[in-house]
Ligand binder design. Structure first.
Ligand code: SAM
Length: 199
């Protein structure tokens, strides 16, 4: 599979902090290779996403992009396919097969907005894709897009170099520490007794 990079447009410090982090976490968990963030430069936010990757594994790249339009044009010139998620686009169901074929041959950049997305993005996009034609959220749109495109990779994906790994448990929290010693975490049995980290 080729690489998918999510481009988060127009991040606003303060206003978009949580949603931008959630865009990045969703991109990583659902199978994208990285996220590029444009708008207000926010090194703290980039650091917190990198820390998640250090703890829970990668590879997953995160970086700030100053000139988002230049980035899009460069990536297109390099042969990437550009997908813009927008409620005004064509239904994902109508282009899913085509997008899967594209991803077999080309890396993909997936654009999601925060505030109003300018017309040039609609024009540069190879596909303007809607997850339904109602307004909702960039996090929801990205999750559905990646889940459908990658056929449930979120349920299978394995990360390299993780410090921590969840052991699925029907009632409590179980976390396996694979390396490193400074992280706090908690676990408990179904009866509420703490059992600490499982090693
Ligand atoms: N008001 C902004 C505009 O007109 O461009 C959009 C704000 S919306 C909360 C933020 C982002 O969520 C959008 O830029 C788009 O990427 C994504 N989004 C929201 N609804 C969507 C939908 N139905 N399909 C695909 N993407 C959607």
């Amino acid at each position: 599979m080729r690489r998918i990079t999510v481009l988060r447009l127009f991040h606003r410090v303060g206003r978009d902090d949580r949603v931008t982090v959630h865009v990045a976490l969703t991109a990583r968990a659902f199978g994208a290779s990285g996220v590029m963030i444009s708008g207000d430069r926010d090194d703290g936010l980039i650091g917190s996403i990198r820390r998640v990757t250090e703890q829970w594994g990668g590879p997953f790249e995160v970086d700030f992009v100053e000139d988002w339009e230049g980035y899009i044009r460069d990536r297109k010139a390099a042969g990437d396919v550009l997908v813009h998620l927008t409620m005004y686009g064509v239904s994902l169901l109508d282009v899913l097969g085509e997008l899967r074929n594209q991803l077999d041959q080309r890396d993909m950049v997936v654009v999601v907005g925060a505030s109003k997305v300018p017309r040039v993005v609609y024009e540069l996009a190879d596909y303007n894709v809607a997850i339904g034609n109602q307004p909702h959220s960039e996090v929801a749109a990205l999750a559905v897009f990646l889940d459908r495109l990658l056929e449930g990779r979120v349920f299978k994906v394995e990360f390299e170099g993780a410090m921590l790994k969840v052991i699925p448990d029907p009632r409590g929290k179980r976390v396996l520490r694979l390396r490193g010693g400074n992280l706090k975490s908690e676990a408990w049995d179904g009866d509420g007794r703490g059992r600490g980290l499982v090693v």
